[in-house]
Design a protein. Structure first.
Length: 214
């Protein structure tokens, strides 16, 4: 059976692209494993001064301290306390220097939304994590996320709040193996479907059904 050139080329390119994406995800898996190991090492290092931007993720999960000179605003998100209870974590936007730059501090969890903490600032010691953002998941998956803002999760909650769950390196997901398997399965499915389509086409050509003869 003679293969149709253009459809075969298109399918072959698509399968090759899927296999390439699978191999890329396997490579990303190794990079993520090394990154998680580095984060685990960070959590055992001494307390450092909270890094000033611009910085990357090299300091994530390290303990740090910073001075909140003035709270300029509050925001709240669903969160979890260190004791496992779910609630709303309260994030303070703080002025930390003479510049216009501000720093985010996770100052603890409440059991109900709408609570306005009475904390006005001061010295904060805690663990460095990434501040919440609204980057689409698909952009994060393909590495299209820009530099993220760092945040300090305080070990001492604001009055009336429970301590937020401390950032844990083991919580960093490493799903790249699953993504790789998915791409390889997509490639296999495309190949099987195309082979079946060719077999159906060949059988139809071998047994054409013409109009009934009078």
């Amino acid at each position: 059976m003679k293969l149709p050139v253009i459809p075969t080329v298109i399918v072959a390119l698509a399968i090759a692209a899927m296999i390439g994406l699978g191999i890329w995800q396997l490579d990303r898996r190794g990079q993520k494993e090394a990154m998680i190991a580095r984060y685990a090492g960070n959590s055992a290092l001494p307390v450092m001064a909270f890094p000033r931007p611009p910085v990357g993720d090299e300091h994530l999960f390290r303990r740090a301290s910073a001075m909140c000179l003035e709270v300029t605003g509050w925001s709240e998100q669903a969160g979890r306390a260190e004791n496992g209870a779910k609630g709303w974590r309260h994030i303070a936007e703080c002025r930390t220097g003479v510049e216009a730059l501000t720093t985010k501090f996770d100052m603890g969890v409440s059991t109900a939304p709408g609570v306005v903490p009475v904390w006005k600032g001061g010295e904060v010691t805690g663990s460095i994590t990434q501040a919440p953002d609204s980057t689409p998941q698909i952009a994060a998956l393909f590495g299209k996320r820009g530099p993220r803002t760092l945040m300090l999760v305080s070990e001492t909650p604001a009055p009336g709040l429970a301590e937020s769950a401390r950032p844990d390196p083991s919580s960093v997901p490493n799903n790249h193996l699953a993504y790789a398997v998915q791409w390889f399965l997509f490639a296999l499915a495309a190949a099987v479907i195309y082979v079946l389509a060719l077999r159906w086409r060949g059988r139809k050509a071998a047994h054409p059904s013409g109009p009934p003869q009078s």
